[in-house]
Design a protein around this ligand. Structure first.
Ligand SMILES: NC(=O)c1ccc[n+]([C@@H]2O[C@H](COP(=O)([O-])OP(=O)(O)OC[C@H]3O[C@@H](n4cnc5c(N)ncnc54)[C@H](OP(=O)(O)O)[C@@H]3O)[C@@H](O)[C@H]2O)c1
Length: 238
């Protein structure tokens, strides 16, 4: 899909990777970028149109889709993470309920609301922001990883269903990013602007999956080997 002259809707575009996507889209000539955010502020960047949306709230999602009838590219970026003591931490269930509401049901909800908009506009694309955690569950991120695996599965089903309607569905997998979500973690992190740029390059190349950093590449490559990272994680990844 061509970014130039597209009209994008990016969830969670007020900071982190979502804001990087919004900037990158404008830089590549998108006609309009709707920033789907929970608490819109008046002074956003020129070319960015703030739209109030909470992906956990069905009414706000359907109102946003009704308001933004010209969208041709949806980026499901909004996400949350929670750290637990490990897989046996009783709080995993509570964390998973909270995280799934945003990372999984939120993605399903927003995709279902906007797919008819894309179809009415003749096709387009959806980018779903996933993670290397899709394929590798660090115990402290048990609930988060489960939500990204579920979101990956939904993305795969969505791709098959929408492909015949001319809608490209791109899964973005990436390891830690230098954003608020990973603040305080002493790990190697990628620059969100670079990751947004790689994802949009992949979209423009017609790809359906992008591994945006070395870490997600290594995790994916390991899957079919005897030493898949989910069985035998290198220390670096735990
Ligand atoms: N950071 C990482 O290491 C990393 C690695 C791989 C993948 N990812 C994924 O990348 C995506 C972006 O994360 P990030 O690193 O940019 O995190 P971030 O800096 O914490 O930003 C998260 C964004 O999501 C928004 N959001 C959260 N819940 C929402 C809801 N219910 N409705 C609407 N917006 C909501 C936040 O809005 P508020 O400002 O209102 O809270 C914020 O704009 C997520 O899907 C995340 O899982 C992150």
């Amino acid at each position: 899909m061509e970014i130039r002259d597209s009209v994008a809707f990016v969830t969670g575009a007020n900071r982190g990777l979502g804001l990087a996507f919004a900037r990158e889209l404008l830089g590549r000539g998108a006609k309009k970028v709707y920033a789907g955010i929970r608490n819109p502020v008046a002074n956003s960047l020129p070319g960015i149109v703030p739209v109030k949306v909470d992906v956990t709230d069905p009414a706000s999602v359907s109102t946003a889709a009704a308001h933004c009838g010209d969208v041709t590219l949806l980026i499901n970026n909004a996400g949350i993470g929670r750290v637990n003591a490990g897989a046996l931490d009783p709080a995993v269930i509570e964390s998973a309920c909270e995280i799934f509401e945003t990372n999984f049901y939120g993605m399903v909800r927003v995709s279902q609301a906007f797919a008819p908009v894309l179809l009415a506009n003749g096709g387009g694309a959806i980018i779903n922001v996933l993670s290397d955690a899709t394929w590798f569950a660090r115990p402290v991120l048990t609930a988060y990883s489960a939500s990204k695996s579920a979101a990956w599965s939904f993305t795969n089903a969505l791709r098959i269903e929408l492909r015949e309607n001319g809608i490209q569905v791109l899964a973005l997998h990436v390891g830690f990013l230098d954003t608020d979500m990973a603040k305080g973690l002493d790990v190697k992190k990628s620059d969100p602007q670079q990751v947004a740029s790689r994802a949009l390059d992949a979209l423009e190349n017609g790809s359906e999956e992008v591994l945006a950093d070395a870490q997600s590449n290594a995790v994916k490559r390991s899957l079919s080997s005897d030493q898949a990272y989910y069985l035998d994680p290198p220390d670096l990844f735990v």
